[in-house]
Ligand binder design. Structure first.
Ligand code: ZN
Length: 170
């Protein structure tokens, strides 16, 4: 399958709430395969279904160096979180923007796996951060919503400058 198109901010679909998956059937597994193909066509570590316009509570990630450890969480729910830290994030739907976000660096998450079985996992570091970033997507939130007021202001000024430049060159 060719990679799916990744929606770009400010596409309104990125702001919508995704629906829980009732049945992890063959068509859902096809979507998950497509999400992995799409993730591996980028340099990203995680991707959520709504970023491709499919409003289901599904996310995929691979944080391994060789990109050979695919992980999929369906209907992920954070049961417990601790150890907040400031983490630098970026997003495949907002190219060129990097910002520091406060995230828990330890979480316990419950989800369904690709066979529809309930799994619970303790995750740390970038795994924990990636899952929180993707769950935000499932809730229609973006990491830029979590940036400090000052950083958002800097980004807005940057965007206005780009617009002015675009105008000049048009
Ligand atoms: Zn993202």
């Amino acid at each position: 399958m060719p990679p799916l198109r990744i929606l770009q901010h400010p596409d309104p679909k990125l702001r919508m709430l995704s629906a829980p998956v009732a049945d992890v059937d063959a068509s859902m597994n096809t979507l998950i395969d497509d999400l992995f193909d799409t993730l591996y066509s980028t340099s990203g570590i995680g991707l959520s279904a709504p970023q491709t316009g499919h409003l289901w509570r599904v996310m995929v990630m691979d944080l391994s160096e060789n990109r050979d450890a695919p992980e999929c969480l369906i209907n992920p729910e954070i049961l417990d979180h601790s150890a907040p830290g400031l983490v630098e994030e970026s997003c495949l739907s907002i190219p060129g923007v990097v910002g520091n976000v406060v995230r828990s660096t330890r979480i316990r998450v419950r989800a369904l796996d690709r066979d529809g079985r309930t799994v619970e996992r303790d995750l740390e570091g970038m795994y924990a951060v990636c899952v929180q970033h993707e769950i935000d997507h499932l809730d229609g939130k973006l990491f830029i919503d979590r940036l400090s007021f000052l950083r958002r202001l800097q980004l807005r000024i940057g965007t206005a400058r780009q617009r002015r430049r675009a105008k000049v060159s048009a």
